[in-house]
Design a binder for this molecule. Sequence first.
Ligand code: PMP
Length: 308
Amino acid sequence: MTTDIDKRLIWLNGRIVPLPEATINVLSPTAQFGANVFEGIRCYWNDEHQQLYAFRLHEHYKRLKNSMKMFRMEDKYSVEELTQALIDVIKANNYKEDIAVRQTVFLDGFGSWMSKGPVNMFIAPIPKGRTLSPDKLGLKCCVSSWQRISDRNISPKVKVGANYINSRMAQLEAMENGYDSAIFMNEQGKVSEGPGSCLFIVRDGVLITPPVTASILESITRSTIIELAQNELGLKAIERDVDRTELYICDEVFLCGSAMEVVPVTQVDGCMVGAGESGLITKAISETYMRAVACQLLGYEKWLTELY
Ligand code: PMP
């Protein structure tokens, strides 16, 4: 039976093919060991402009190239090639809606976990609507019994497929124990991030987030929020270590990332955060972020790439 997803076109090694025809060698290091680096990129449709905007493409490709370097992969694609391939596959699908793109550079062929090539790429753009507004959402999280991977073993800065085994352990444990998601602590016993997102807290009107050295992915949403909070909302935003107990006594907690955007956390380890619903600062940040991504916030066009 043909389902919608079967009709999607993806880019694989220079060819645009229907998703079911995009096959990868089962013995490749990507299939066996998660030896791939990738980006999750969001593109937002602006109906008034009749335009699809890719959000912070330049920063995504910079991080992708950094991941390839740290993972010792051949730097095979220029930023121009990465961009053009994305544009080609989006145009081939004729998407005129919000989408999420998985752009993945992987180790192909009959290699082992230590092979460096051949390097190939796929780009899979899939329709994905925006996350509900914060007042309709609220995650109940636990602090995970699993520690976040660190720069001393497998670095969370490398956005490599295999890193998500650490995320999987925390997320599944949290759900099995009745929570929606988990918050990791790092090797130093400080708050790190979520399984697929970064974390902010609000204390007395100040926005606080763990530093990039706290075993986190160098999140693009995180730096976007710091900039928007300071420049658009006049908030003080600081990067510093966060203690576990601060999650219990702060006024607001939220998670953020390209996929989830901004989502409030209303309970941590059974402690109610603030009034147990999305706080005002979380709402303001979410609203400003959603305007920026869709080209509805003056002065932030620099973050957007027109795809048509
Ligand atoms: N941390 C982890 C572990 C993630 O997987 C993600 C999602 N890419 C993030 C943080 C958020 O990163 P970004 O804002 O760049 O999407």
